[in-house]
Design a protein around this ligand. Structure first.
Ligand code: SAH
Length: 277
């Protein structure tokens, strides 16, 4: 695969989660994704709000007992275990971070679900699975680290005809034609970076991967609150990382932040697609 300019290499993403993962778990939650808040007065805790976002994704999979589901970019397995508990489906989760895979397998075993939930090391952009192996596929806040067309093509390939793909992604929400600088430029001084897609770009990205669009939902208003909650925690994550590895980590963290900041106004979406029969 050819590397996109300004996109961290997969091995840098692995290093990033090695560094930041334990800190995320310590100050945030076992869900490595944003929370969903109804409004600014919503007092939900972080675990509650992040589980809500998980549920918005899981409910859209429409799976039940006997279905096999692939979790692309599984983190430490909290969403996959939740899916198995809530639906009775079988889940295979993949991550390119071996430490996460190990932690996720421990989580499944502790939940008594080792027979039905399994995690393995794999690259989402070159999946070790046969065509049409899964009844449904989801990617919860993981495509942000991938070459989107390549990753979507792989998700479509391993999904059976008639099966659903549900994903979340970060998007550009500034008005079309606006010349505001991106956060990558204004906050990180970056000159070489990939722009986040607009939600409308998914009307082309999904069909290009051989998928039909079912639903594209902008939930920016509900997830933005995460940033307020995360504000003080980000400093703690940074302190944890500094403590463990020192300033050498700064460049890596910056590269990963730049790769998810290529928008003037960073928003968030849920997308649902179906592989045609
Ligand atoms: N879906 C999980 C984790 C989201 S964090 C959750 O919501 O909790 C992003 C995840 O994508 C991490 O697990 C990271 O290791 C994984 N990831 C990033 N690039 C990947 C790739 N090329 N192949 C497989 N996993 C990848």
């Amino acid at each position: 695969m050819t590397a996109q300019q300004g996109v961290p290499r997969p091995d840098e993403i692995v290093d990033f989660y090695d560094l930041a993962g334990p800190a995320f778990s310590a100050v945030w939650d076992g869900n490595f994704h944003l929370g969903y808040w109804f409004d600014e007065n919503d007092q939900a805790s972080i675990p509650e709000a992040t589980d809500r976002l998980t549920d918005l994704v899981l409910d859209r999979l429409q799976v039940g007992p006997g279905d096999r589901v692939l979790d692309v970019g599984c983190g430490i397995g909290k969403p996959a275990v939740r899916l198995a508990e809530r639906t009775g489906a079988e889940v295979v989760g993949i991550s390119n971070n071996q430490g996460q895979v190990d932690q996720a397998n421990v989580r499944a075993a502790e939940a008594g679900l080792a027979g039905r939930v399994r995690f393995e090391y794999a690259d989402a952009m070159a999946q070790p699975f046969a065509d049409a192996e899964f009844d449904a596929v989801f990617a919860l806040e993981s495509i942000i680290h991938m070459d989107r067309p390549v990753a979507l093509a792989e998700m479509a390939r391993t999904l059976r005809p008639g099966g659903r793909l549900v994903l979340t992604d970060m998007i550009e929400t500034a008005p079309e034609g606006s010349d505001e600088p991106t956060v990558a430029e204004s906050a990180f001084g970056a000159t070489d970076f990939v722009r986040l897609p607009r939600i409308a770009a998914y009307r082309e990205l999904l069909p290009a991967a051989g998928l039909e669009v079912v639903e594209l939902l902008d939930i920016t208003q509900h997830t933005q609150h995460t940033m307020l909650r995360l504000g003080p925690d980000i400093a703690q994550v940074h302190a944890h990382v500094q403590e463990r590895v020192g300033a050498a980590a700064d460049e890596l963290l910056k590269r990963v932040m730049v790769s998810i900041s290529g928008a003037a106004r960073i928003g968030y979406m849920i997308g649902v697609a179906r592989r045609p029969r």
